[in-house]
Design a protein around this ligand. Structure first.
Ligand code: IPE
Ligand code: IPE
Ligand code: MG
Length: 264
């Protein structure tokens, strides 16, 4: 599989934010308010949100982001009015059908994480068809979190670990953080480097709870349908000004960076 993006012209990319984080995870929030401000129904906001998601995927692909995880529907979003839930399901179904060809042509792998077993068969079939078609692609990994919850992810991991222990395939005494990670839905993905939430709320809303342990957090007041390439570049620029210490001191990290530069 070659790595060139066929449809997406790299030259068109806005890149002033600096080097792309390897993995960006986004809570795409604010569609409803975007619509309400225009006197429109919430579904109109969701449609514009989907349009923006397409643009952001393209931009991340151009930028060389290795992995992009988008929160599309949470395990709590079933609590919304039935009509909104139904329309969201329709949008996810439609997007899978219309976008998969472009993703595939651009060597992008699509994966859905979340409790997909609760979706209707038609949606489950579209998900597995898109995942199968794009399974070998490696330019970018697009992960869509649908009916996803961090609690669900960790509970499923606990269940699988307990079953493996009961079957004698895993020694509970040797359980460590790496073991847990191997049982999460994100098992073969790097942890997110940059977490973005649009729409002004400053909470995780049960998104990747385990995985964001050392992720850099970025909260924007911009509503998701308006959070385009330029806003994303500002988030990336902000990220590039952070020092990731993982428990060490600032001087230790600066020293290690300087030593690396001397070696290069
Ligand atoms: C996020 O936008 C999209 C989904 C949760 C599916 P919202 O629908 O939550 O928009 P607000 O927060 O009501 O503005
Ligand atoms: C989080 O947004 C879920 C998605 C963006 C898919 P919500 O709008 O559902 O979050 P809360 O309910 O305000 O925390
Ligand atoms: Mg919201």
């Amino acid at each position: 599989m070659n790595n060139t993006l066929k449809i997406i012209p790299r030259a068109a990319a806005v890149t002033h934010g600096g080097p792309a984080p390897r993995h960006i995870a986004i809570v795409m929030d604010g569609n409803g308010r975007w619509a309400a401000r225009r006197g429109r129904r919430r579904v109109v906001g969701h449609r514009h949100g989907l349009h923006n998601a397409r643009e952001v995927v393209r931009h991340c692909a151009r930028r060389g982001v290795r992995c992009l995880t988008l929160f599309a529907f949470s395990s709590e979003n079933w609590r919304r009015p039935a009509d909104e839930v139904q329309r969201l399901m329709g949008l996810i179904q439609g997007a899978l059908e219309t976008e998969v060809d472009e993703l595939h042509k651009n060597n992008i792998r699509l994966r859905v994480i979340g409790n997909v077993a609760q979706f209707e068969k038609k949606l489950r079939d579209s998900i597995s068809a898109a995942e199968t078609l794009t399974a070998a692609n490696d330019a970018m990994h697009l992960v869509v979190a649908a009916n996803y919850g961090g609690h669900w992810d960790l509970t499923e991991a606990c269940r699988s670990i307990a079953m493996a222990a009961r079957a004698g395939a895993l020694d509970p005494v040797r359980l460590c953080a790496d073991t847990v990670e191997r049982f999460l839905s994100t098992r073969d993905l790097p942890p997110p480097d940059l977490f973005i939430r649009t729409g002004g709320e400053k909470r995780l809303s049960n998104f990747l709870l385990w995985q964001v342990a050392y992720t850099e957090l970025f909260f924007s007041d911009v509503l998701w349908p308006d959070f385009g390439a330029e806003a994303l570049e500002q988030a990336i620029a902000d990220y590039n000004h952070r020092q990731r210490r993982y428990g060490r001191t600032a001087a230790q990290v600066a020293g290690a960076g300087a030593a690396e530069e001397r070696r290069a």
